[in-house]
Design a protein around this ligand. Structure first.
Ligand code: KG4
Ligand code: ZN
Length: 336
């Protein structure tokens, strides 16, 4: 069974081919970072227009790389939400029309389900059930994953997602976009003794997050200091330390609460080395097993969409025949 996966929810154009027997055959990503850098963030209209330019050539490349023909496809999976409406529409329109012309099923995939399942693309993959910590530019969630399609959200951000906080703090510090990798690099030169930032909502029970207060706290510190290179590094260190520590505390709490022994960490912020180190220490101490996608599959990609599509296809989940997209769409509403 051969599935084409298409990802266009934000600023990465992704395409991949997943074979249910042979695994991932090919995947390609086109990053739009250079287009959005001058604006300090994603410009939705520019994102959609660039997806239009890049998606079809990318699909042709993955078919060519895998030495497969489009006639050999069994289904086309595309991200239908959540994300930027215009960007999503490009993938939905192409996915649906390609499927229609080849008389194949088109499978609408939830972007966060793609992230959640992305560690399954690795050789060492988690068995169900498990806890998932989803940390991206748009979401921060702790999810109790019973099996494919059965997701119980235990906690989530009440305001900014953690990746969004990384991006906004990077902007405050005059660092580049996307902020996460720039903050991590700047923090390497930081003096950890200079500042200590708050760990939001860790002093009360519950698994929800709030990162906008941490961002505001950081902006107050930024206003009070001359932003020389060392101060930028020190603030980046303190922000990253607080954000990662908050994620660690809540993940530990969720593992204790659910009794899960396996934890998946996925989404762009899952590439953060400090987060991985802290969670690895926690796992070593408490005997948990951690599962990550390889770093290139932490951020948006077509492979996770092709994989999620293959699981849905194999379970014969009903699929729509329209181009609707869902810019705001909760994992809670995914039932099959
Ligand atoms: O999953 P993703 O590619 O897109 C969304 O679905 O949102 O995540 C992008 C987010 C951005 O906010 C980016 O700053 C963050 O992931 N990110 C990181 C790192 N790499 C990417 N945050 C912290 N450390 C990193 N190394
Ligand atoms: Zn994503």
């Amino acid at each position: 069974m051969l599935i084409l996966g298409i990802e266009t929810s934000c600023d990465d154009t992704g395409a991949a081919l997943y074979d249910s027997q042979a695994g991932l055959l090919a995947h390609k990503l086109h990053s739009q970072v250079d287009i959005h850098v001058p604006f300090g963030g994603v410009v939705p209209e520019l994102a959609a227009r660039d997806h239009i330019r890049k998606l079809l050539p990318l699909i042709k490349t993955v078919l060519c790389d895998a030495e497969r023909d489009k006639e050999e496809l069994d289904a086309v999976a595309y991200t239908a939400g959540p994300g930027l409406a215009g960007a999503l529409l490009v993938g939905a329109a192409l996915g649906q029309s390609l499927a229609l012309s080849l008389r194949l099923p088109a499978i609408a995939i939830h972007h966060m389900e793609g992230h959640l399942l992305s560690p399954m693309l690795e050789e060492r993959r988690p068995a169900f059930p498990f806890l998932a910590l989803l940390v991206s530019g748009g979401h921060t969630q702790l999810v109790d994953v019973k099996r494919v399609g059965h997701y119980d959200i235990l906690g989530e951000s009440l305001d900014d997602a953690v990746g969004e906080a990384f991006d906004k703090v990077a902007k405050l510090l005059g660092l580049g976009y996307p902020g996460g990798p720039h903050i991590a690099t700047a923090a390497e030169r930081g003096d950890g003794r200079r500042f200590r930032f708050p760990r939001p909502m860790t002093d009360r029970p519950g698994l929800d997050f709030s990162f906008s207060g941490l961002k505001t706290y950081t902006s107050e510190i930024v206003k009070k200091h001359e932003l020389d290179a060392q101060t930028i590094a020190d603030i980046a260190w303190a922000f990253q330390d607080a954000a990662v520590d908050t994620l660690r505390i809540k993940t530990q709490r969720a593992l204790d609460q659910t009794g899960h022994r396996r934890c998946v960490v996925a989404g762009g912020v899952g590439a953060n080395q400090l987060l991985r180190a802290q969670l690895n220490d926690l796992a070593d101490e408490a005997g948990y097993e951690l599962f990550y996608p390889r770093p290139e599959f932490c951020t948006d990609n077509g492979a996770m969409i092709a994989y999620a599509g293959s699981l849905r296809f194999s379970k014969k989940i009903p699929m729509g025949r329209d181009c609707r997209v869902f810019p705001r769409w909760s994992l809670r509403d995914l039932s099959y």
